[in-house]
Design a protein around this ligand. Sequence first.
Ligand SMILES: *[C@@H]1O[C@H](CO)[C@@H](O)[C@H](O)[C@H]1NC(C)=O
Ligand SMILES: *[C@@H]1O[C@H](CO)[C@@H](O)[C@H](O)[C@H]1NC(C)=O
Ligand SMILES: *[C@@H]1O[C@H](CO)[C@@H](O)[C@H](O)[C@H]1NC(C)=O
Ligand SMILES: *[C@@H]1O[C@H](CO)[C@@H](O)[C@H](O)[C@H]1NC(C)=O
Ligand SMILES: *[C@@H]1O[C@H](CO)[C@@H](O)[C@H](O)[C@H]1NC(C)=O
Ligand SMILES: *[C@@H]1O[C@H](CO)[C@@H](O)[C@H](O)[C@H]1NC(C)=O
Ligand SMILES: *[C@@H]1O[C@H](CO)[C@@H](O)[C@H](O)[C@H]1NC(C)=O
Ligand SMILES: *[C@@H]1O[C@H](CO)[C@@H](O)[C@H](O)[C@H]1NC(C)=O
Length: 537
Amino acid sequence: MHSTELPLAFLILMFSNTSENCMSRLHITAVEGEPFYLKYCRSSSEHKNEKNTRWCYQPNGSLEQIELNPSNSPRIAFHEYALEFWPVELSDSGSYFLKMGNDTHEWKLNVIRRNKHNCFTEKQVNTRTVEVKKHLMIKCETPYYRKLINKTSLYKNCEQIEIRGNTFEKNAEFEDQGYYTCVFSLHYNGKLFNVTKTFNVTIAGDYNSITPVLLGPKFNQIEVELGKSEQLNCSALLNKDDTVYWNFRKENETDHNLHEEQEIKIKTSEGKWHASRILRIENINENNLNFLYNCTLASKGGTDVRVFILVRKENVDIPGHIFTRGMITAVFILVAVVGIVTVCAIYRVDLALFYRHLIGRDETLTDGKTYDAFVSYLRECRPESYEEHAFAVEVLPSVLEKHFGYKLCIFERDVLPGGAVVDEVHSLIEKSRRLIIVLSQSYMSNEVRYELESGLHEALVERKIKIILIEFTPVSDFMFLPQSLELLKSHQVLKWKADKSLSYNSRFWKNLRYLMPAKKIKPGRDESEVLPVLSWT
Ligand SMILES: *[C@@H]1O[C@H](CO)[C@@H](O)[C@H](O)[C@H]1NC(C)=O
Ligand SMILES: *[C@@H]1O[C@H](CO)[C@@H](O)[C@H](O)[C@H]1NC(C)=O
Ligand SMILES: *[C@@H]1O[C@H](CO)[C@@H](O)[C@H](O)[C@H]1NC(C)=O
Ligand SMILES: *[C@@H]1O[C@H](CO)[C@@H](O)[C@H](O)[C@H]1NC(C)=O
Ligand SMILES: *[C@@H]1O[C@H](CO)[C@@H](O)[C@H](O)[C@H]1NC(C)=O
Ligand SMILES: *[C@@H]1O[C@H](CO)[C@@H](O)[C@H](O)[C@H]1NC(C)=O
Ligand SMILES: *[C@@H]1O[C@H](CO)[C@@H](O)[C@H](O)[C@H]1NC(C)=O
Ligand SMILES: *[C@@H]1O[C@H](CO)[C@@H](O)[C@H](O)[C@H]1NC(C)=O
């Protein structure tokens, strides 16, 4: 033995002989099934003879004291002012007295039920708090039983952990929090007993080192819908005495739809304090928009602020009104296009005439023909066909020639008498750009059509002349028409309506002009809007 260890060993010996591991408390708790002892605390000045001591037991609810005798109860032993239980049972609860001469010491023992599902009993734990990063040490020792210990093991939350000797130590981390149970296996009288000792270890955060901080971004923009409610949640990591609150009142104005809730402060498992505070905004109105709601953290170290602003929610599935707008635009464009096309179709003739007028087109200059049109009509002037005759000989020339400046070939007027009529007609048709046929029932039945047929056919086939049919009176039976005429397109057939076609601007004349070759009109000829001579009987 080293010289320094000698006094230490002596000291230990001395204390173990006197009041080591003694219990002076009145109320003592033990767990059933474990070895247990009650030991009297002797003052060093006492010189009593242990032989004169007696142990007495008074069960719960009983007035009678029983003197204990180890020879009667095998679980009991006396040892240096100590009463030992091997082990203690629930029925051992009660008052115990150690009587030494005139002195008596009392203990009230409460034996509690063991938790059979756990390696420790919750009611019998020692609480220990260790600051994080500080030294955590669990030392498994039970000095009273020291000499009897066969094995010492340590359990953390009932799972065995390694220990060196009887000590577990490390730098505390938050994960180290838990129940540490030391199990001492004792050999006594050839039997194995376990004594347990449990520490409830709490790892505490280092409060002083926390810099309080509000969580989340500095600036929060929250999209809301008017009329809805919103909760602004402000949370912070802070110290116990710090506080979080909302600034939301406008000057001289309280908003009745704003409600600041209580601060909720909790201690996290890591030993830090976590606070959150809700600002509830109900039935959001315009005033709530674009206002800065500030959440403030007040601490000894200063303040921290998070700004929240409510903005109107843009409709995410916008297509709604854009779609409608698009559709309306599309429909408008469609309608416009259809309208333009329709107008063009209706006023095709007017537009074409206007266009001719605009560019001053004249297709009559270079083709070497003499007449703009050869007028074919019923030449016989019978009473029933007088109107028809007058139309061909008077109305047509008066309008087309006098007003619009065309040159017509009218057989009766322009063909000199005598000569071969058919040849004459043929050559005149060849000199004409158009062939105007004034068609009527009478015309159909007259030989004149046979007279025309050859020249007509040739002209059509050779495509040297275009034919304009004027249906003077409604023709019911077109079967009489030469087949070649059926090739004409319908718009080349003009219907004369005596009542509607009088004005120069009427559709009839426009259509006729449209079918006539383009020719410059010398202006200022005859300004009157209505045909001068058109009164029939
Ligand atoms: C004995 O009495 C103590 C209080 O003196 C009580 O706490 C305990 O539950 C009682 N035990 C039994 C077994 O009656
Ligand atoms: C115990 O008390 C009695 C009287 O009550 C007394 O006569 C006696 O001397 C005392 N004994 C001791 C050891 O103090
Ligand atoms: C152990 O300590 C924690 C706090 O540190 C406490 O919440 C828990 O109740 C304690 N357990 C027992 C059994 O005392
Ligand atoms: C513990 O007990 C076993 C027998 O049960 C024995 O072999 C062993 O040596 C003992 N260990 C100590 C340290 O007393
Ligand atoms: C004592 O504890 C050990 C584990 O350390 C266990 O295996 C054994 O069963 C226990 N004995 C008693 C009597 O509780
Ligand atoms: C507020 O936020 C904190 C932390 O982000 C959270 O723990 C808390 O439950 C939230 N409160 C509500 C009412 O959502
Ligand atoms: C919130 O803070 C901003 C600056 O961060 C300040 O301009 C505004 O007035 C504050 N609002 C309230 C209600 O205190
Ligand atoms: C708010 O009220 C105070 C008196 O209570 C007044 O002096 C101040 O001008 C008011 N401010 C506004 C913005 O109305």
